[in-house]
Design a protein around this ligand. Structure first.
Ligand SMILES: CC(C)(COP(=O)(O)OP(=O)(O)OC[C@H]1O[C@@H](n2cnc3c(N)ncnc32)[C@H](O)[C@@H]1OP(=O)(O)O)[C@@H](O)C(=O)NCCC(=O)NCCS
Length: 172
């Protein structure tokens, strides 16, 4: 039995340790991390899953980003990292974290989510390839995926994904 709660300051280093365990060394060198530098995650969507003993089993974070086109800019949420402890994988926890956080984002009236990840995994949640939106290089465009939280919210959104310094829904 896992308990999902919003991540607090006390959770931060536990979550960092989990990510270090679950991802290849040097994860912070990835270009997507340049969008996170010095920016707070979106608190209401960044969740931790602990078991009955309080042990961290999984975590998900989101960051606010801006997609800047020639004539206009659009806010978006960058999903990730999401990770589940290797001893707890395959139990549905990753899916639970993703679905729950997407529901919260939808309820909050947020519009669009993107990520860099494996399409075979994220397609089961409704993510599909995002065209005409450019992540900082080097990023494989086939791994740039989108999810719409409200009808039509990706329509006409094009441009480069840029770092911003405040959450789309206010201070995180
Ligand atoms: C990806 C991750 C979060 C999934 O968590 P989980 O709790 O194991 O996921 P679930 O139990 O909800 O789903 C498991 C299913 O996803 C599939 N899956 C997991 N990772 C996958 C991937 N990269 N590509 C395709 N399918 C994947 C499993 O094969 C399994 O398939 P099944 O339902 O057909 O048996 C977890 O494996 C993890 O932490 N991986 C390392 C970190 C990582 O890669 N994070 C995602 C990138 S940001």
């Amino acid at each position: 039995m896992y308990h999902l709660t919003e991540e607090t300051d006390e959770d931060w280093w536990d979550v960092e340790a989990l990510y270090d365990l679950c991802f290849a060394p040097g994860r912070e060198a990835l270009s997507s991390y340049r969008l996170r530098d010095g920016v707070a995650p979106v608190a209401r969507l960044s969740l931790v899953a602990r078991d009955d003993a309080g042990i961290l089993a999984g975590a998900i974070r989101y960051w606010p980003v801006s997609i800047v086109g020639d004539h206009e800019a659009h806010d978006a949420l960058l999903l990730g990292p999401v990770a589940v402890h290797p001893t707890r994988q395959g139990e549905g926890l990753g899916g639970h974290l993703i679905r729950e956080s997407l529901l919260v984002a939808q309820d909050l009236g947020m519009e669009r989510v993107m990520l860099v990840g494996d399409a075979p995994y994220y397609s089961r949640f409704g993510f599909s390839k995002l065209r005409d939106v450019e992540m900082p290089p080097p990023t494989n465009p086939d791994r740039v995926l989108a999810y719409r939280l409200q009808n039509g919210t990706w329509d006409g959104v094009t441009g480069k994904v840029m770092r911003i310094t405040s959450a789309p829904d206010g201070p995180a």
